[in-house]
Design a protein around this ligand. Structure first.
Ligand code: MG
Length: 262
């Protein structure tokens, strides 16, 4: 099931996305909270009549760096022995179709297309065999990075944590088979329609299971928290006016436009 969060006439709701044709999608409004028990209301609205919001409001986004060998190499880095983990704050999250605001302290903004895992229940110290029980679903993410700032500052809080640096969406796909991720879903990034990144999730150095075990050794994850699993090779610049799209096979496409920050 694809679960979107949206606003209509000033109200915010979750809905199950129905239909196959991108121009013809309908939302069946959800009664209750998607992470717990819920029902479909049967009240339907065309997706074209609503504004999609970030599909979740995470308390935190935990991101993993250098999890695709070719991407680590393109920036002159080794794949680390221990995964590089960092946090993107909740205020970095923005939704499908929302602008990415180019920050004033950078002149080298990069896109990073990533598979995002959405957590469905509170969890800590999750053993490998229980990982599947704590995953709610998957969405597309763009780990937008001020590359120049990342190079000159030891910690990445500003380079990867500025406002709008974490577009998520367009919805959460809850039916994705973890085996399909291991087998390799295509993950693509285009800028103004031109392909920049094309990888497969099977190229991840550490699997989703590895990453959740590693992260929850350290911290409690809450429903709606998001794990970013790293980006394939092909990262590159974003400029004001660009339209950047992240597409993951079996999930959908997340599109955002880059604007100058006010
Ligand atoms: Mg990244």
């Amino acid at each position: 099931m694809r679960i979107a969060r949206f606003s209509i006439d000033g109200n915010v709701a979750f809905g199950a996305v129905e239909g196959d044709s991108p121009d013809d999608l309908v939302l069946d409004i959800i009664k209750g909270i998607p992470y717990a028990d819920f029902e479909l209301s049967g009240v339907k609205v065309p997706l074209s009549k609503v504004r999609l919001l970030p599909p979740v409001l995470p308390s935190k986004v935990v991101a993993i760096g250098r999890n695709y060998a070719e991407h680590a190499a393109e920036l002159g880095n080794e794949v680390p022995d221990i995964p590089v983990a960092f946090l993107k704050p909740s205020t970095a999250v923005t939704g499908p179709g929302d602008p990415i605001a180019y920050p004033s302290f950078s002149s080298e903004l990069h896109h990073e297309a990533e598979l995002a895992v959405v957590i469905g229940r509170m969890c800590r110290e999750v053993p490998r065999e229980r990982v599947k029980d704590v995953i709610f679903g998957y969405t597309c993410a763009n780990d937008v990075t001020a590359r120049d700032v990342q190079k000159r500052e030891k910690q990445w809080a500003r380079a990867k944590g500025f406002d709008t640096s974490c577009p998520l969406g367009p919805w959460v796909e809850t039916g994705l088979d973890p085996a399909a991720i291991a087998d390799g879903l295509a993950i693509q990034c285009t800028v103004n329609g031109e392909q920049r990144q094309l990888g497969r999730t099977s190229d991840m150095v550490r699997s989703v299971e590895d990453l959740i075990v590693h992260i929850t050794e350290a911290m409690t994850l809450l429903p709606g928290d998001v794990i970013l699993t790293g980006t394939p090779a092909g990262v590159g610049p974003l400029n004001v006016g660009d339209e950047v799209a992240v597409t993951i096979e079996g999930i959908g496409t997340l599109t955002n436009k880059v604007i100058k920050r006010d």
